[in-house]
Each structure stands twice: as C-alpha cells, then as structure tokens.
Design a protein around this ligand. Structure first.
Ligand code: SF4
Length: 461
C-alpha cells in the first residue's frame, strides 16, 4: 500500500522515518538499497552512472535538478529521474526532503530563491506522484492527506489566509458558502442539492470540486507547511544551533544547481531559446514606440506608457527576450537570482524615462512606483524584494495591436514593423540584424587589412 509520507513527508509517518535514521553521517555513505531501488525502477535510464543517486545527499540534489530541468528543458528526459516516482523509494526520499529543508533553512532562510524553488519542487513532485496513481488510490491519498492538513470539517476561508495572502491559492478556485470552504461531497449535497435544478447534484460536485480542488488545496497546504518548516529551521539556526557542515555543503550544491540552470536556460544558452539570448540592452534596436517613451511622454497616457508598456518591454528585452518563442512562464529571479540586473540596468532605464515625462511621473505620483514593482511580479510594494515575488504576475510586453488600441500615440511604425506583431519581436529581430551587419563589416575590414598587408609585403620584395 502507498505510504502517505511518499506524498506528504511532513506527515506523522514521515517524521517517524526521520527519527529512525540514526547516525547523521550516514547521509553521505553509499547506500546499496537506494541504488538497487533506483536501478530497478520501471523505465529508469541507467546508461550513465551520474543518473544514479548513491546516497541521501545525491537524492536530495536529484529532486531539485528534476524540477529545474523539467521546467526549463524542452528536451528533458523524465526517464533519468523515474526513480523519484517509484513508491519504494519513500524512506530515502523523505530523509532527502528534510535534508533539503534544513540546508535551505539554515543557510538561506525562507525568503530565498532556494526556498521558493524547493517549495515549488515539492508541489510538482506531489502532483506527478499523484498523477501516476490509479483513480481510487489517488482519491484515497488526497482524502487522507487533506484530512490531516485541514483539521476542521467546515474550514472558514480565513483558515487559508496564509495561502491566499501568498497567492499560492486563489479564492475563486474554491466554493464558499457563508464564508465556509466546501470540500466534502456530503456537505456539498446537503447545502446545495435543493438549489440545483436540471443537473445531478453529485455531477455538479465532481465538476466544481471533486478530487481536482481537493488535490489543489492539499498540495498548496503541504507547500505552505514546507515553507513554514524552512522558516522554523532558519529561526532556530540563527538562535541556537550551529548548522551541520554537511547541510551547508548541500545548501551550496542547491545554489550551484540553480546557478547552472540560470546559465543554461535563463540566459538563453540552453536547449531552449535558440539564438535569442539575454544580454545588455541595445537601444538602437528599440522599436519606434519604445524610443518614443524613452524620450519621455509630454502629454496624456504617461502612467500607462511607463508602467503598462515600458516596464514589461524593458524587463523582458533584458532578461527574457525569448519569452514568446519558449512560451514558458518564468519569474524575474529565475534569470536574475540576486536582482542585480533589475536594480542596475532595468530600473534605471525605466526611472530615466519616467523622469523625462512632463511632469516627471514619480514626482507627482510616487504611488505609481508600487504599480511598476507589481508589473515585475513582486507584489504591491515599493521595492522589488525576493520574499514578495509571485504575489503578482510578471507582465509580458503588449502586442502591437494593444499598443495601437490603448496607446495609439506611441505607435509610429517604420518599415520593420510590417514583419512583426509585438515590440519585443521587433527588438529581437533588430538586434539580430545589427549583430549580423556588424559581423559583416568586421569581416570586410579584416579582408581589407589582409589585402593591404599582402600588397605591402609584395611591394617591399
Ligand atoms: S507597429 Fe508595433 S513595434 Fe512598430 S511602432 Fe507600432 S507598436 Fe511599436
């Protein structure tokens, strides 16, 4: 039978597994049982030794690697990580999960990028593991775990305040009645059967709630509990306990995996993104609409031009120019982990354009800075802070159609505009043309110099 702890490592069963570990140093020792479970997992790819975790620390790193690669790599091969979905691995997996939480909590705290990735990876692992179960196993596991994480039979929506506040869960994803969240089928039928006409109430329950909403709530609760656990470890390690060096080394390895991912995928050097790489901005390649805003807006539409139009354009052009061809939603910190590019390059350009408006935008409307931060995905705050990332969405640049509709005075098309549908596509196309032209002229110059040198050599003979 499936162990609940395989889905929710924070369950009582999961905690018992941790208590049974014994000597902590064992986490680094090669473990034959683990290796055998991994190599015998169905569909597991074993052609390369590096695919196989040999101990608890290796397994912990594989958990993070699976998540970042799955999210970013179009050629990702799940068979390399198939062992993560083999229920037989659960005891090893639980220990690895706790090692990750303790390493991240001790070194980076719960507001770090490492913590966010760990929490998200736990959510995805749970989702995939549940997806591999039969319908009846899935329903049983979801109900069991949900009952243990939501202790009340009729939770009020305020019970989920933390999840709603961090936007892990949205109110519209749940069914409410008098402020109470309805999850249970009998409860739903009792409250709504007499009000439903023309459809079967139990079918309505399945359509509106069913295992889908229960699973969503359960996964988000475990994610929140993971974040709370990391936060507790962090508080404890600051107060009393010197973290074990093994945990600190694991924390460094997690950071390396994320840095490698940013290098390979975030900056366009990986298998995705083709030739569109994030690099320093080239204002010569900006489309006419962006050049207009950069000069400063002298009449109406100042706020929308800077906040709605320029902020998404500049941030994506600098950090993630291939967003439309890759079609994977990312956060700013996936590409700029310390926000150094945002603070050093993106913000100064946007603030410069705001300053050149008449009157300067933030001088008479300083509250608009909050809207700018929100468009970058950092919530309604005055500064971009990693701990708030995800509270709002990182807005993608407006299409030409939208610009023409909402900010028509900005659009002064030139001949290149005919070939594109979005100012960001214009920018990518122009950077490519400029680069090609400069390569050609360098080639021509080199050719001329070579010809001149050989002529001089001939003359001197
Ligand atoms: S057509 Fe598109 S890219 Fe060109 S100026 Fe208008 S909005 Fe900008």
């Amino acid at each position: 039978m499936l162990s609940v702890a395989f889905i929710n490592p924070l369950s009582d069963e999961g905690k018992n597994v941790v208590r049974e570990l014994g000597d902590f140093e064992r986490v680094l020792a090669d473990n034959d049982e683990l290796i055998s479970i991994v190599t015998e997992s169905r569909s597991q790819e074993i052609s390369d030794d590096s695919f196989i975790p040999r101990n608890y620390i290796d397994l912990a790193i594989k958990r993070i690697e699976w998540y970042v690669k799955k999210k970013n790599d179009r050629n990702f091969d799940n068979n390399i990580y198939e062992f993560l979905f083999n229920p037989e691995i659960y005891k090893f997996d639980i220990i690895s999960y706790y090692l990750l939480c303790q390493a991240v909590g001790a070194k980076y705290g719960s507001n770090s990028r490492e913590s966010r990735v760990l929490v998200e990876s736990q959510g995805k692992i749970m989702e995939y593991r549940l997806g591999k179960l039969s319908k009846s196993e899935q329903t049983l596991a979801v109900n069991n775990i949900l009952n243990s994480v939501v202790s009340l039979s009729h939770p009020r929506w305020t019970f989920f305040e933390e999840l709603l506040g961090s936007k892990k869960l949205r109110l519209h994803e749940m069914i409410l009645d008098n402020g109470e969240v309805i999850l249970d089928k009998d409860d739903f039928l009792e409250r709504f059967s007499s009000k439903i006409h023309g459809r079967k109430p139990d079918k309505m329950y399945e359509a509106l709630i069913g295992t889908r909403v229960k699973e969503l709530v359960m996964i988000k609760m475990v994610m929140q509990n993971t974040e709370d656990y990391i936060s507790n470890v962090s508080a404890k390690s600051q107060r009393e306990i010197e973290p074990n060096p093994i945990l600190l080394q694991l924390a460094d390895k997690i950071s390396e995996v994320l840095a490698e991912s940013a290098r390979s995928y975030g900056f366009g050097g990986g298998s995705r993104g083709g030739s569109i790489r994030a690099s320093a901005l080239n204002p010569k390649a900006f489309p006419p609409c962006v050049k207009n805003v950069m000069e400063g807006i002298k009449s109406g539409g100042r706020n929308d031009a800077i906040i709605m139009f320029l902020t998404p354009f500049i941030s994506y052009a600098r950090l993630y120019p291939s967003v439309f061809s890759e079609n994977i939603s990312k956060r700013v910190s996936d590409i700029d982990p310390n926000l150094s590019v945002v603070e050093g390059e993106v913000m100064p350009l946007i603030f410069g354009a705001a300053e050149r408006c008449t009157p300067p935008l933030f001088e008479d409307q300083p509250q608009d800075k909050v809207n700018l931060i929100a468009k970058l995905g950092f919530g309604m705050h005055e500064t971009a802070d990693l701990k708030n990332e995800g509270q709002t969405t990182w807005y993608t640049p407006m299409s030409c159609e939208k610009v023409k509709l909402h900010l028509p005075s900005l659009c002064k098309p030139d001949e290149h505009c005919k070939k594109i549908g979005n100012p960001l596509s214009y920018y990518n196309r122009m950077t490519w043309i400029i680069r090609k032209e400069s390569q050609q002229s360098t080639g021509n110059e080199a050719g001329k110099t070579e010809a001149k040198t050989s002529k001089t050599q001939k003359d001197s003979k």
